[in-house]
Design a protein around this ligand. Structure first.
Ligand SMILES: CC(C)(COP(=O)(O)OP(=O)(O)OC[C@H]1O[C@@H](n2cnc3c(N)ncnc32)[C@H](O)[C@@H]1OP(=O)(O)O)[C@@H](O)C(=O)NCCC(=O)NCCS
Length: 142
């Protein structure tokens, strides 16, 4: 299958968010439209999409870095297109995006309700690290 991976454009917003929703990556405390627009607007982040020969957006990875660590978010493959290597290709594209900007390490977080996906990341070279992640909301959460 042909898969072209490129940065998302403004026109891709609706289809990308539909993909995130069908992949159950949208949760109540995150606004996917704000996430999409914020990532695209900044120099240190982007939304990468995988487009097939029918011009369908079937994969995504949102990437960003803080000058030290790289992060992957919204790694998604449309359910009917899974198990064909597209997830691996989307993550690799995110890794390349980060490496091209001099970032040495890619990290991601997995929700505690989605632990089975850890096997996918292990298969493509990630490992679990013993860290405690802490956070503080800087604007009111929903
Ligand atoms: C996780 C996801 C992106 C994987 O996409 P995919 O296109 O099916 O993955 P690939 O076909 O590239 O799989 C790469 C390898 O991981 C393995 N793999 C994929 N999903 C797996 C799973 N759930 N459990 C174990 N192994 C898995 C594949 O068998 C393949 O192994 P191989 O090297 O032996 O061929 C996809 O299932 C998805 O979109 N899930 C919902 C969204 C999600 O949870 N995203 C992650 C948020 S942290």
């Amino acid at each position: 299958m042909r898969l072209i991976i490129r940065g998302a454009s403004k026109a891709d917003e609706t289809a990308v968010i539909a993909l995130w929703r069908i992949c159950e990556l949208v949760v109540s405390h995150n606004d996917p439209i704000a996430d999409f627009r914020f990532a695209r607007a900044k120099e240190n982040s982007d939304v990468l999409i995988g487009v097939n020969s029918d011009e369908e957006i079937i994969g995504s990875t949102m990437v960003g870095h803080d000058g030290h660590r790289g992060r992957l978010y919204y790694v998604a493959v449309a359910p009917v297109h899974r198990s064909k290597g597209i997830g691996r290709a989307m993550v690799r594209a995110g890794e390349q995006w980060l490496a091209q900007r001099g970032v040495a390490k890619a990290q991601l977080m997995i929700r505690e309700t989605n632990t089975e996906v850890a096997a996918f990341y292990e298969r493509i070279g990630f490992k679990t690290i013993p860290r405690t992640v802490m956070e503080k909301w800087l604007r009111p959460s929903n």
